[in-house]
Write a protein that binds this ligand. Sequence first.
Ligand code: SF4
Ligand code: SF4
Ligand code: SF4
Ligand code: FES
Length: 950
Amino acid sequence: MTVCSNIDTASIDRGTPARASNQNVSLEIDGIPVSVPAGTSIMRAASLAGIQVPKLCATDSLEAFGSCRLCLVEIAGRKGTPASCTTPAENGMKVFTQTDRIAKLRRGVMELYISDHPLDCLTCAANGDCELQDMAGAVGLREVRYGYDGENHLNETKDESNPYFTFDPSKCIVCSRCVRACEEVQGTFALTIDQRGFASHVSAGMNENFLDSECVSCGACVQACPTATLMEKSIIQHGTPERSVITTCAYCGVGCTFEAELQGDRVVRMTPYKDGKANHGHSCVKGRFAWGYATHKDRITTPMIRKSIKDPWREVTWDEAIAYTASEFKRIQQKYGRGSIGGITSSRCTNEETFVMQKMIRAAFGNNNVDTCARVCHSPTGYGLKTTYGTSAGTQDFDSVWDADVIMVIGANPTDAHPVFASRMKRRIREGAKVIVIDPRRIDLVRMPHVEASHHLALQPGTNVAMINAISHTIAEEGLIDEEFVRERCDVEDFDHWREFILRPENSPEAVEKATGVPANEIRAAARLYATAGNAAIYYGLGVTEHSQGSTMVMGMANLAMATGNIGRNGVGVNPLRGQNNVQGSCDMGSFPHEYSGYRHVSDDATRLLFEKDWAVKLDPEPGLRIPNMFDAAHDHSFMGLYVQGEDIAQSDPNTHHVTSALEAMECVVVHDLFLNETAAYAHVFLPGASFLEKNGTFTNAERRIGRVRKAIPPMAKYAEWEVTCMLSKALDYPMHYNHPSEIMDEIARLTPTFAGVSYAKLDELGSVQWPCNEKAPEGTPVMHIGGFVRGKGKFVLTEYVPTEERTGPRFPLLLTTGRILSQYNVGAQTRRTSNNVWHDEDILEIHPHDAENRGIREGDRVALLSRSGDTTMRAHITERVQPGVVYTTFHHPESGANVITTEFSDWATNCPEYKVTAVQVRPTNRQSRWQDDYEELQKLQRIETVAAQ
Ligand code: SF4
Ligand code: SF4
Ligand code: SF4
Ligand code: FES
């Protein structure tokens, strides 16, 4: 007997989803005995036994629907011919999938479909990749008896409005796979089957075109469509792929696995990989469609140098660029001292690249002046979770959300910033989980189709800690603490102090009502829901960390989860939604000035000795400079050389004036990137980088999952970043010897206890693993702190609310907060170079109707946005998504300069900038700001004198 598990191989579509059950049922299909988990469909059971039943409306990513009637079977002792996709397998069944009767019925069904389908298979873009074509063959259809004379759909108009896919209704068989994919997988409900019978058709929105509908271009419907009705434009243009490479998306911290599908060295499609453990075959518009930047004409593929930032760039050979950089760095160190140079690692590069970069800085530069862009996003997560739980990372895997009964989303906007995880979250919410949103802005999760938050605590920016304390106060005061959990798992003395602190009247919901702007009874109701609904999970984003009390807030959430026993099992936890694809990895790899890989302090003698021995070099026991300290030191002329890899600090860091004047003060700024970014305007050396499609390595996503990045095409500029870093290190007299990134991973595993069990062989075998992965957990750790915290006992920390120094007043009466939008990514360097600009081609200021009216601002007006740091202009959008007194914008477009406005205030523990709270004034204007004029001038200086250099 074939005993079949639920394990799928990605390439086989088994027709219906896997079922989990402790009980198996045994049956016989076409004489083959098979045993499957109870609840499994006959179609799936047959597939697991090696028999593929013809199908059209079924696919294993969607619940069965039973509309096409192609999958009919006969069952001994039963009348009729049931659909195998909707009929569950039962003990003792004898099923026949290939009788004459069934064959005739199936041919009849196919004949009807084909009689209303264009017979243009040979010229159709889906030729060879079409399920309708396959099924016609599978059922042996040889002729169609009905002509095209009657009513048909063959002349329907194609919808080409979406930049990435077309909808050709003449090819639609109304199987509703697209509609169900949009509902079940994506959770957007943009599609319906309109009307009935012959007139029934797929409709986007209210019979709109795809672009104007609510469609978010995730591609799930395109993937589900069995015909060429929904089709990628890239496939129409270039044809079907010849080969594929499994890799990881280079955009956000969800870390979706994709098949990069290619013709020769041209990527023609990115298809989400069904076996990807972070995405389970789903994707968002960025990973699925916005990959064109990788081969965009703006890519710089030749190294360049210039003496002064006022000179044009001069193309040079790699040898010259590396030799020049090394000689400049040596000169600067001789003149200003060993600590006068440093580097910034990238959260977009691979773990291996980040590891060798920090190694070069520590070993070849001879100091610890290494920092990473996580400094400006999730450094408080590292600090806060390490202090309370003992590990600088989120506690759960994404799938844990299936077991959550209440989901608390704080300072995050998952449907825009982490869309694939948001789809899973929304599905769980549709199944019954409750949602609490804590955010100044009305994000989609507050209310959208089939999702409505039980509570939206629309707090004033900067009052997170007051809010979390009030929630914890309610829980302590109302006897909702999980005393048993606390006594068993936490440091009781710390807890007792904390309880006394949190019960103080100043932490009550009533006391913070004024500061937060949220009624006390709402806070209390949300607290009760969190504490009593069963499994409660916290998901949070930069709206938590990018505050002057970012670390305090992380610890406040950690306290709350411990106090209610919501840690250490599925469905609970404290989960950072990390921004960049490898921000977790860049932190893990030792990118901070005080820590080696695995978060071990540079002053710890035993750890330092380990690295010194392995790297055969003496290492500095003193922590180096953080990014803001580097800028300050540049103004003091003590920090004069900087190597920035895959990071655009002139756009992404706060208080742009301060950053750019620091860069201007330096004598050698090296930018290593795909494009001449904003920072490159201040650089003396430009080293061309490689996109994720051009190299091997690994990324670590927000759930600590280490996934492979695999080279699909050769590097356009010859070298991957790790190779360039090794060349520079050698020129600085510290050669590193690696033939392949797998050897770097071996070194990481050798030197980092949480990575001890990680190797490329294991990643290839398991697909991905979540650290810690070592002897104790050879296949990784999906959920942390089960049975005990990594630090031993969980530590409660007192989290006193200290209002930010950034205050509103008569000059700056509004609070600006910032965030992301689905179609653009971070500073937009990649997405701005794709058709995603159709959705968002400029940053817009959201302002409440009252605030707009008071200032005479109308929809679409250009407005000046002024703060204590600077001013810029952008167009206004009047909306009630923001509350009165709060304005909001994104930071994807350099011309709008959102960070010219943000201040230098930062988290007390980590220096993470306070991006989320800036006091501003807004007023109508008809001209751009001085800063924008200067920006345009600077862009003109980015000239390249082309010399054939290679
Ligand atoms: S692309 Fe995604 S959001 Fe748009 S209609 Fe298809 S499934 Fe729905
Ligand atoms: S568009 Fe494709 S998936 Fe949707 S109903 Fe038509 S054939 Fe089926
Ligand atoms: S959710 Fe994130 S990782 Fe997944 S496809 Fe979108 S951008 Fe890429
Ligand atoms: S595949 Fe079963 S009814 Fe369509």
